[in-house]
Ligand binder design. Sequence first.
Ligand SMILES: N=c1c2ncn([C@@H]3O[C@H](COP(=O)(O)OP(=O)(O)OP(=O)(O)O)[C@@H](O)[C@H]3O)c2ncn1[C@@H]1O[C@H](COP(=O)(O)O)[C@@H](O)[C@H]1O
Length: 105
Amino acid sequence: MTALTRLAATIAERRDAADPDGSYTAALLAKGPEKTAEKFGEEAVEAVIEAVRGDPARLTSEAADVLYHLLVMCAARGVALDDIEAELARREGTSGHAEKAARPR
Ligand SMILES: N=c1c2ncn([C@@H]3O[C@H](COP(=O)(O)OP(=O)(O)OP(=O)(O)O)[C@@H](O)[C@H]3O)c2ncn1[C@@H]1O[C@H](COP(=O)(O)O)[C@@H](O)[C@H]1O
């Protein structure tokens, strides 16, 4: 099991059972899906800033925040890491250029 898989399972547990006083994840989810989306957006912008600045260690840290907040945002809407992995698997082998060219106009 990867750290990402364990993190997704922890987030689902916190969503379904945890006390917001003892869990940041539960406290954030208790504020609603819109708040989780806002936090994801903030963290994504921080990662963009670090990508532009170019320090790999700081970008790694911000990227970890982005993945955590992405999973919390998706959990708030009932989307699991398994669902995202299935979508990625469906796309495997299809070039981004080919997918774009096949879109309805
Ligand atoms: N990976 C993370 C993780 N990454 C970031 N964060 C938290 O995300 C928060 C982001 O900080 P900010 O200052 O941007 O946000 P904020 O303090 O909520 O401020 P507001 O803007 O919301 O007012 C910090 O409290 C970080 O600690 C995380 N909190 C939890 N996890 C994982 O989730 C697990 C469960 O955590 P709990 O739910 O707290 O038990 C942990 O064991 C970790 O594995």
